[in-house]
Design a protein around this ligand. Structure first.
Ligand code: CO
Length: 134
């Protein structure tokens, strides 16, 4: 069901420093910060030849990244995003198999303008999983 790895998201305590490190130390192609108010994050996209990395930084007091950074002050891997062809069919299969879909269970439009869903990390070996329909 899942296809390509679309991106790995890393929560960072200092967005400017993290972007500079990927640009200068790791020599990656790093975009400009983008605010995503619907998701409570500011994102920097890093384009790699085979996938993307997203640096996530909290936007606003209610950001879901605040709690993550409290527990992981140095930052850390926040989620992995896998591509699916049909997000509603994927959701229905996962729910039938007992996986928990976060939120109201309906896809939201993600940072790339495509429908996304998140799956409970406790159901997937401690890893928050994002599904994106491509
Ligand atoms: Co993501």
């Amino acid at each position: 069901m899942i296809g390509r790895l679309n991106h790995v998201a890393i929560a960072v305590p200092d967005l400017e420093a993290a972007a500079a490190q990927y640009r200068e130390t790791l020599g990656a192609s790093v975009g400009d910060p983008q605010d995503e108010p619907d998701h409570g994050v500011t994102v920097v996209f890093i384009e790699l030849p085979n996938t993307k990395v997203e640096l996530l930084y909290p936007l606003g007091d209610a950001s879901p990244i605040n709690g993550f950074l409290e527990k992981n002050p140095a930052g850390g891997i926040h989620h992995m995003c896998y591509e699916v062809d049909d997000i509603l069919a994927a959701r229905d299969k996962l729910k039938a198999d007992g996986a928990r879909v976060l939120g109201d269970g309906d896809p939201k439009i993600g940072a790339h303008g495509k429908p996304v869903l998140f799956l409970h990390p406790k159901d997937f070996n401690g890893c928050l999983i994002e599904l994106e329909q491509v």
